[in-house]
Design a protein around this ligand. Structure first.
Ligand code: IFM
Length: 837
């Protein structure tokens, strides 16, 4: 999508999203294929399948990929003579393959002569309409619809309708389950091990069920079972019967099913005579006649040996697929679930970006759903849509949970439980650092061990460089923040007492033990860390990685230490007693936490908060020259490294760092936090600090736009709106140039929706109240939200330029306290209160 002028942007958006619920791609554009595949992925929280063409194999243009939540495999790779071990989110067997040929023509391998892809966001269906013309000029219309069922998460389905246009004769359709796929979706990782699947067995049952079983290196068995139903001219055709009565327009010969059971990966779906393991295929033949539709309805069940309540995965897959009704039936129940999901996610906003808003929420709901909740998995930063960052979990749930807390609190809890289950791993990591408490890994996968890369490739210089991003210890504070916010949104003391408090206390303990006392300066320091701005990973003059007193890290640590005491105060006496006993936490240690929390160092320079201690010694980049030389500075770190320089020397940031403070907290709260740390923080501090960093930030992460949109609401609503639009359409426009094809940016997608939900309504959840302070940008005339708050399923918030209204359903007896401009007003069940702005 071009982004030159607002007019062009609007036209491009309209082409892609002709209405608020449809994403449409016309024609075939090899360079955009990967992007389209990511945007057109269908999923249900258990798995996601990219929108690749069913006849395609990974060939540099197409990249079929299916990813199962939490299905990681650990392998070793050699880079520059050193061996590194990593976990990858495994590219699981491809269930899509379907192709055809006319008479004795060639198998169709694409691209079609004409094509249109349409993603129906309301119902979660991807439809492909195409015209295929073979070497002999035979024209065949193709319509394919696919879903990943939100009703039955282990079921996916692809319906293919073929209509001969100008020919009649034998039509063969081949369908397969391909377990020979590898992880090869990210060119930068080409030097790393990509093979994770070992074929175990495959076959075709007498009832026509085609099946395949593979195993990951970690021993997880993955089984797929497919059933096919063929209809000619709308009439069911008996597979395996030798000859059916000719239909009106088509004489039907449904062939005996021929099993081309095993073919090598390189042959894809259409190779002849090649044998290998891991690819099960079956071929149907019918007599087609011009104008008569031949339908192949393929349903596939996917199970693994790690699924809850599942014995043998192949048995489970066979059983499930045997029960699978026709595509239309599966679609009906699937669409019903989507309708329910959309009701829970309602954000009514009258602005031209409703399409992208729905697209963003759609991908969130496909990545994280009730079907993920019991799997003990984390929220992968790039969705289940590709292999970027190897499918790892970062701090991005900080942005995702703000939506889940207020829409699907039970799904938010599942994210927090994933962290709690890995508390022991975090404790181990803290001990390995020589500290106490819990140190959460910057990148996490299956078991909570650190998964950050130790080296990364700069494609501009071709050099592999050391990667110090694991020093982003601030992720622990994000986990603590999420626990606290979840409590504020739900009032769920049970959850806080059972799991949340223990995690939060251990994170607080970590900060207290990580801080070093500096008697000469009378404060405490946290050294050797990275802030959210990943560009700076060391002082240019130092020989060790890490920076001291990253302001964001320290203020958050101070906040966590304060919330630890609040959390203890909230707990029922007996539970507080149990926890303090179990954690061996006494009054002296708690006092120490308070001391540290009040004296962590926050550096300042030139009247603004410094990103870290010593920031003022960095040089100013010659921005004008660099902007002239490079139209896109988002990967300034790579540009400078390729020039033999380092971004560490400059006051240049990849993404919001200090400004994160005003993203997570209201101006009032930031003021209190800074005052608690001994800094008189007047109102202008925010304005100055925002201006300082805004001009030195290149937004090399999509998260940056979310944060800037938020922060700028308080001082420049026009600019805020621009950043909001950037965040909202980041993947649609592939704003990070070529990265969306490797996976969506889930944090930005959720964060953009949350800007409408909380930022422009000024909605805050704190001190047991719902605070409102709307700040609508000019482009937005109003907003209406249905929220889940503190056990109330129906809290409706409506905001326009003059008023803000809160209306409460009747499903709970307790009132909700609404705070508006200094007054606290109880809204009772069934009541509606309007506040004049
Ligand atoms: O977590 C982010 C980080 O803040 C910026 N780089 C990408 C990560 C994954 O989205």
């Amino acid at each position: 999508m071009q982004s030159d002028t607002p007019q062009r942007r609007a036209e491009a958006l309209h082409r892609l999203m002709p209405d608020a619920w449809t994403l449409r791609h016309r024609g075939f554009a090899p360079l955009d294929e990967g992007l389209r595949e990511a945007l057109c992925a269908v999923g249900n929280g258990y798995l996601v399948t990219r929108g690749a063409a069913p006849e395609a194999v990974a060939d540099g243009v197409h990249y079929p990929g299916t990813y199962l939540a939490g299905c990681y495999d650990r392998t070793a790779s050699q880079v520059g003579g050193r061996v590194f071990t990593h976990e990858d989110l495994v590219n699981c067997p491809n269930w899509l393959p379907v192709t055809f040929r006319c008479a004795d023509g060639d198998w169709f391998t694409g691209p079609p002569a004409e094509q249109e892809l349409e993603l129906d966001l309301r119902r979660g269906v991807l439809t492909r309409r195409a015209l295929c013309v073979d070497g002999a000029g035979r024209r065949t219309r193709l319509v394919q619809r696919r879903i990943a069922s939100q009703a039955r998460p282990h079921l996916v389905a692809l319906e293919t309708v073929l209509t001969a246009e100008n020919w009649s004769g034998r039509l063969e359709v081949r369908s397969a389950l391909d377990g020979t796929v590898t992880n090869s979706g990210v060119p930068r990782y080409a030097g790393l091990t990509g093979r994770h699947l070992t074929p175990l067995r495959q076959g075709l049952d007498p009832d026509g069920t085609l099946w395949l079983e593979v195993s990951t290196g970690a021993g997880r068995r993955i089984a797929l079972a497919a059933r096919h139903r063929v209809r000619v001219g709308g009439r069911p055709a008996e597979v395996a019967s030798a000859m059916a009565a000719p239909a009106e327009a088509a004489s039907v010969e449904v062939a005996s099913v021929e099993v081309a059971s095993v073919e090598a990966a390189s042959a894809g779906l259409t190779g002849e005579g090649l044998a290998g393991e891991g690819l099960a295929a079956t071929t149907f033949a019918v007599e087609a006649s011009a104008g008569t539709a031949v339908t192949v309805d393929k349903a596939v069940a996917v199970h693994t040996s790690h699924d809850p309540a599942t014995g043998d995965p192949l048995d489970a897959a066979r059983q499930l697929v045997a029960e699978a009704e026709d595509f239309d039936h599966l679609l009906t129940e699937h669409a019903l679930r989507w309708a329910q999901l959309w009701r829970r996610c309602r954000i009514d906003a009258d602005f031209p970006g409703r399409g992208p808003l729905h697209l963003d929420l759609f991908h969130l709901l496909q990545t994280w759903s009730e079907h993920s909740a019991d799997l003990d998995v984390g929220v992968p930063a790039r969705g289940l849509h590709g292999e970027a960052y190897r499918g790892h979990v970062f701090w991005d749930e900080l942005f995702v949970l703000r939506v889940l807390d207020l829409r699907f609190p039970e799904l938010a809890r599942a994210v927090l439980r994933y962290r709690h289950r890995r508390l022991d791993a975090a404790r181990r990591a803290a001990r390995a650092e020589g500290r106490r408490g819990a140190s959460y890994p910057w990148q996490s996968g299956s078991d909570g061990r650190e998964q950050s890369a130790q080296v990364h490739l700069n494609p501009l210089s071709g050099r592999w460089l050391p990667d110090h991003s694991h020093l982003q210890r601030h992720i622990g504070s994000a986990v603590a923040y999420n626990i606290w916010q979840h409590y504020q949104a739900t009032g769920d003391l049970g959850f806080l007492a059972e799991t949340g408090a223990e995690t939060l206390l251990e994170i607080a303990r970590y900060w207290a033990s990580a801080a070093e006392h500096v008697p000469s300066r009378g404060h405490w320091s946290i050294r050797g860390v990275l802030g959210p701005d990943e560009y700076h990973d060391a002082y240019p003059w130092a020989d060790r990685p890490g920076l001291d007193d990253n302001a964001y890290t320290n203020v958050l640590a101070s906040w966590v230490l304060a919330r630890a005491q609040d959390t203890l105060d909230l707990l029922p006496d007996r539970r507080r007693g149990e926890l303090t006993e179990r954690l061996d936490l006494d009054a002296a240690e708690l006092q120490h936490w308070q001391d540290v929390g009040r004296h962590l160092h926050v550096p300042f320079h030139d009247g603004v908060i410094s990103q870290f201690d010593g920031y003022e010694h960095l040089a100013e980049l010659d921005w004008a020259t660099y902007r002239r030389r490079y139209p896109d500075l988002r990967r300034l770190d790579r540009i400078l490294e390729a020039e033999g320089d380092t971004v560490n020397r400059y006051r240049a940031s990849k993404q919001a760092d200090v400004l994160m403070l005003w993203y997570l907290f209201s101006a009032h709260e930031v003021r209190d936090l800074l005052r608690r740390l001994g800094h008189p923080a007047e109102h202008e501090l925010m304005r100055r600090t925002v201006s300082h960093y805004l001009h030195r930030t290149v937004h090399g992460s999509t998260l940056s736009s979310v944060v800037h949109a938020w922060v700028l609401t308080r001082c420049d609503r026009r600019a805020s709106w621009k950043h909001f639009r950037d965040a909202l359409t980041a993947d649609l426009r592939d704003s990070q140039r070529g990265t969306t094809r490797e996976g969506i940016h889930l944090g930005a997608m959720a964060g953009a929706a949350d800007l409408l939900q909380r930022c422009y309504t000024g909605l805050e959840l704190r001190e047991d109240a719902l605070w409102l302070d709307p700040r609508l940008p000019a482009a937005l005339s109003g907003l209406a939200l249905d929220l889940h708050y503190r056990g109330h399923w129906g809290v409706r918030i409506t905001v326009d330029r003059q008023t803000a209204t809160v209306a409460l359903g009747t499903d709970r007896p307790e009132p909700v306290t609404v705070r508006f401009r200094g007054t606290a007003v109880p809204v009772r069940p069934g009541e509606s209160r309007t506040f004049t702005l």
